[in-house]
Design a protein around this ligand. Structure first.
Ligand code: NAD
Length: 321
């Protein structure tokens, strides 16, 4: 099978393609615009594989998508603007790539008659929840420009199933951690700052809760949804591993041998969602289960950043972190 994978020079997509090449005999085209978040250094080993190739392109460019997508059997769509803080500073880029770009991709995929279109989304589209967990049928109440633009993309992708029969499946996953995550996101930013002897900016009261999942567990679930998911359906993915940002910070301090004096308390993010939580019965019923223990996974992740300064130092310099 030939897979067209968008955004695979980024964090989750690069890990996905690496996993696919290792565990299946599929061929892969990585289609990525190489924004600040997309890096050839994340996929050098991947595109060395004879079953993989790289195309630099923008999902908003219909001609480019048409030229390169035709001839593929399926689409796995990771490409997005993904950083909430950036969406607060500049929402427009998020609407363009996440919503408009997804509609271009659906349109071309329909004409290319792909057999599956996996739209990778986020638990953030449901908004914040004080108690309990969101199910796939719950109303979307996104609260940041990032999550609103992702919600728009989910609805558009699903409308292509309802209206035109495009075999769309949508995944909504919780917060990922692991290797190759751009060092502006909480875990790699804090880890690399701590390894450099710097402070870490903890927002608000540090009490915001996220459900952390290792990127490999997410990607195995996304692949299972690709293989067994019912077109037109949404599948939540999560780890039931809810921690406050303060909890995460304390673990990272311990793993890097630093103490609480490294915490710099900073003003809260505008409209900061307090807690995300998703019910994962539906993806579990497909046969998925979590494999990575969080403490071991986090320790392994910190060691990966310790051993890969050559990967993250140039990226942090480039964006002034
Ligand atoms: P990322 O920012 O690390 O990577 C995004 C990739 O998309 C980059 O390689 C970038 O160059 C590419 N891209 C951006 N705009 C593009 C465009 N117009 N055309 C082509 N390529 C473009 O993001 P990530 O963390 O790997 O997230 C991947 C997907 O997973 C996103 O759709 C995100 O919403 C979703 N997701 C992320 C998380 C998380 O915790 N990181 C959790 C749930 C869902």
């Amino acid at each position: 099978m030939k897979l067209f994978v968008t955004g695979a020079a980024g964090f989750i997509g690069s890990n996905y393609v690496r996993w696919i090449l290792e565990h299946t005999d599929h061929e892969v085209t990585v289609f990525d615009k190489l924004t600040y978040a997309g890096n050839m250094s994340s996929i050098e080993d991947v595109i060395d594989d004879r079953r993989a190739r790289f195309v630099k392109g923008d999902i908003c460019d219909q001609d480019a998508v048409t030229e390169h997508l035709h001839g593929h059997d399926a689409v796995v769509h990771f490409a997005a603007e993904s950083h909430v803080d950036r969406s607060i500073a500049d929402p427009y880029a998020f609407v363009t790539t996440n919503t408009f770009g997804t509609s271009v991709l659906c349109d071309v995929a329909l004409r290319a008659e792909v057999s599956k279109f996996v739209h990778i989304s986020t638990d953030e589209v449901y908004g914040t929840i004080d108690e309990g967990s969101f199910r796939e049928t719950d109303v979307l109440t996104p609260r940041s420009p990032y999550s609103a633009a992702k919600a728009g993309s989910d609805l558009l992708a699903l409308s292509y199933h309802t209206t035109y029969g495009l075999p769309v499946v949508v995944t909504r996953c919780s917060n990922n951690y692991g290797p190759y995550q751009f060092p502006e996101k909480l875990i790699p930013l804090f880890t690399t700052n701590l390894l450099d002897g710097k402070t870490v900016p903890l927002m608000g009261d540090g009490g915001n809760v996220r459900d952390w999942i290792h990127v490999e567990d997410h990607n195995r679930a996304a692949h299972l949804v690709f293989e067994r998911g019912e077109p037109g359906e949404v599948y939540n993915i999560g780890a039931h591993n809810e921690l406050t940002n303060h909890d995460i910070t304390m673990r990272l301090l311990e793993l890097t041998g630093r103490d609480e004096s490294a915490i710099e308390w900073v003003p809260d993010r505008l409209g900061h969602d307090r807690r995300y939580s998703v019910d994962i019965d539906k993806v579990t019923a497909l046969g998925w289960q979590l494999e990575r223990d969080f403490d071991a996974g986090l320790a392994h992740t910190v060691e990966w950043y310790r051993a890969h300064r050559d990967w993250w130092e140039p990226l942090k310099r480039r964006v002034g972190l």
